[in-house]
Design a protein around this ligand. Sequence first.
Ligand code: F6P
Length: 321
Amino acid sequence: MKRIGILTSGGDAPGMNACIRAVVRNVLDNGMESIGIKRGYTGLIEGDMVALDRKSVANVIHRGGTMLETSRCPEFTTPEGRAKAIKALKEAEIDGLVLLGGDGTFRGGALLANECSVSISGVPTTIDNDVYGTDYTVGFDTAVNTALEAIDRIRDTALSHERLFFVEVMGHHTGFIALESGIAGGAEETITPETGNTDDLWTRLRESFEHGKKSAIVVVAEGDQPGHTFAIAQEAKDKLKIESRVCILGHVQRGGSPTAHDRVLASNLGSAAVSALLKGKSGYMVGQVKNEIVYTALAHTWGKKKALSTRLEELASLLSA
Ligand code: F6P
């Protein structure tokens, strides 16, 4: 193997730059060349590439976003789109590819692996943490801490005004960010797509207000309907006759300097992805489970469902009052 390409695809995640840095340095240390592919699969289709040396990844470990830029690329889901990408890979003489992204990225990667001889390694980078085969994805810890900072600030104003607040956090199909930021922020309630319904919520909130509670924070995962928290707040008004406020955290959670945890995870997985290619492993995502590097076939990363921790769900419910 002589030349390794790297791309970032899908939603950006804090720690992607730390990961790119680790990939590039491990590639160079093994006497190979490193090629950055710009704007995810879009740049791959267009052959938008740049050579990366040790210096080009200096001073990026602390930066959010992705220095290679990213995209969601519907064209790559078509055989024609992938044929263009394969042509570009051939022309650039790339024989190994490291993909940074989430389930959408790995779906594309699995298709590509079946259609060409380039070896492929994936690294899970998404704030949602919804990838099977790793305890944590790169960017999740930073997003949780960003959400937590916001929840702490909201608690100040919620207490001052004796208000009920609904705070909507990201998490496309899953409630990982909601659950952890909810526990860390002492949320009175947490609503996730997994637990979903709000049937008991109104009873519990009514009881706690009747018992003297003057303010409360309910953390809501956006699920597949960003902004649906406004409808929940309306329900609160109808059912509890309580005025509330809604705060949608949105893309604030995607940016910012990665936490130490995310930088270490990103560095470890980025380096491991290159080592996997060198060991002849292709078509796998490298993840970290119980502090060990594990390999998961790309198809399993979205084909198998990563469940929320039942223990943490029980904890959230035990500690909310
Ligand atoms: O990267 C994951 C994620 O942030 C989800 O939590 C969210 O639903 C989605 O991406 C938003 O995507 P976009 O930035 O394309 O609006």
